[in-house]
Structure formats: structure tokens, C-alpha cells
Design a protein around this ligand. Structure first.
Ligand SMILES: [Mn+2]
Length: 253
């Protein structure tokens, strides 16, 4: 295995109107959060960009905005893996279903399988598992059905994606929270890194020796945001560093 670098973000909430920095005049059509993430990608040169749910704030985003957002990602020329969250849910009205050619054309792999899918990237050096969410409810388990490390990625780096609410040691079937993720879920992946989304605050929820992090939101109108640069280092595993996301100085207009 060679060293690999991931850039991990989630909860970008484009078109939400509240993910817009004060420096920008735009609101619901503001691209500053994704432009900030793209700038980080140029600076830190990751091998893969992970967007772990809620790239968009809802499913009724105008076509023009969807094309503009994926246009930013297309320019990066960087393999990008995306899952849905509870805001951009993958149901019959899925934005990603409607815009399949736009998503694929941008070099973005959207995981559309509700039972989960395993991707092999970078000549099999990196294996990524994630599942699409079609309904945000207590019965949906973001990390349910993750293949074991031995089955999925014996000689590769293994990274698992999940968008949901961390409940720690609470049993998932007793949780009143939608899309619960437990310590046991995280530990059972045996992954080199679990990239989570849903919480807008940077949080370490590593469990059972498996590093697992919420990357926080890249941008909110009331606070500066962050993303995570994750270095996968042979013999050491994941090294996680939070990096600030800086909005374009003059906004995105
Ligand atoms: Mn969410």
C-alpha cells in the first residue's frame, strides 16, 4: 500500500441560503462553500474527494445551480465520491437521479445503491463502501451491511462513508434518532477510516480502534467552517488534520 490522501467534507448545504459567507451577495444560488472546498483540493492535492451527504440542502434545487455546482467539481479533475444525506435524499424525486449525466460528467461517483456498494479506485489501492439513503428514519442504519475488511479490502486501504446521527453505545434498535450510527457499527467496519456526515461540527467519534470523524460543514453564514485532510500512511493508518475553508474573497457572483 502506498500513502494516500483524502479530502473529507459533508453538509455543504448548497441552496440552503444559510451556508453563504457574509462576503457574498448571493444567498440561495451561492457557490462559495463548494468553491472553498475546491480551493482546498487545489492546495492539498488529495487523491480522492469525499462528499458525505447533504451536498445540497434539498431536492428541488434549480437545474442551473446543480450544473454550476458540478461544474466546480468537474474543473478539479479529481475522483470524487458522493453519497446522499437526509436533505438530498435518494428517493423517487432524487436530484442525483434527475441529473445523472451531469454528475457522471463531472467525474463524480454517486453511490445510488440503497443496500450499499463497494467501489474500487486508484487501481484497487483504495476501496470505498457507502450506501444511498432514501428515507431518514430510526430504522435506516447508515453503516448496516458494511462488508468486513477481509472481504472488501484485504490488500487495500478501506474507507467507509456514512451520513447519520452518532449515538455512541446506545443500541441502534432502541434509538429514537433517525439514521443512528453506534460505536459497534464503527468498530465492526474494521476500516482504515470512517468518513461521516450529518453533524455540522467537527467531531472525533473513533471507536474500537477505527478512526471515525465528522468533518463539520465547510461554511455557515454565522461561522467559519472546516474540512478534513486525511492521510493514510502505511504502517500508521489515518492521520487526520482539520483545515479551515476560506470563502472566495469577493464572493462567487
Ligand atoms: Mn444531514
Amino acid at each position: 500500500m502506498r500513502p494516500l490522501r483524502l479530502l473529507h467534507t459533508s453538509d455543504v448545504h448548497l441552496a440552503g441560503g444559510f451556508s453563504t459567507p457574509k462576503s457574498c451577495d448571493r444567498r440561495h444560488d451561492c457557490l462559495c462553500p463548494i468553491l472553498g472546498v475546491a480551493e482546498l483540493a487545489r492546495e492539498h492535492r488529495p487523491d480522492v474527494l469525499l462528499v458525505v451527504g447533504d451536498l445540497f440542502d434539498h431536492g428541488r434545487v434549480p437545474d442551473e445551480m446543480v450544473r454550476a455546482a458540478f461544474g466546480v467539481l468537474a474543473k478539479l479533475d479529481l475522483p470524487t465520491v458522493l453519497i446522499s444525506g437526509n436533505h438530498d435524499i435518494h428517493d423517487d424525486a432524487s436530484l442525483y437521479g434527475r441529473h445523472e449525466p451531469v454528475v457522471g460528467g463531472a467525474g463524480v461517483t454517486f453511490i445510488d445503491e440503497l443496500e450499499g456498494a463497494t467501489l474500487r479506485l486508484l487501481d484497487d489501492e483504495l476501496v470505498i463502501w457507502g450506501r444511498a439513503m432514501d428515507d431518514h428514519h430510526p430504522g435506516f442504519r447508515p453503516l448496516h451491511g458494511v462488508p468486513t475488511r477481509a472481504a472488501a479490502a484485504a490488500d487495500s486501504w478501506y474507507v467507509v462513508l456514512g451520513h447519520g446521527h452518532y449515538v455512541g453505545q446506545e443500541p441502534a434498535d432502541a434509538s429514537m434518532r433517525s439514521s443512528p450510527i453506534t460505536d459497534d457499527d464503527i468498530a465492526a467496519t474494521g476500516a482504515d477510516y470512517v468518513a461521516l456526515g450529518h453533524w455540522h461540527t467537527l467531531t472525533d467519534v473513533s471507536a474500537g480502534g477505527v478512526p471515525a470523524w465528522y468533518a463539520g460543514s465547510p461554511m455557515m453564514s454565522w461561522s467559519d467552517g472546516v474540512a478534513l485532510v486525511v492521510d493514510l500512511v502505511p504502517g500508521q493508518g489515518a492521520r487526520v488534520e482539520a483545515v479551515p475553508v476560506v470563502p472566495p474573497a469577493a464572493g462567487c457572483a
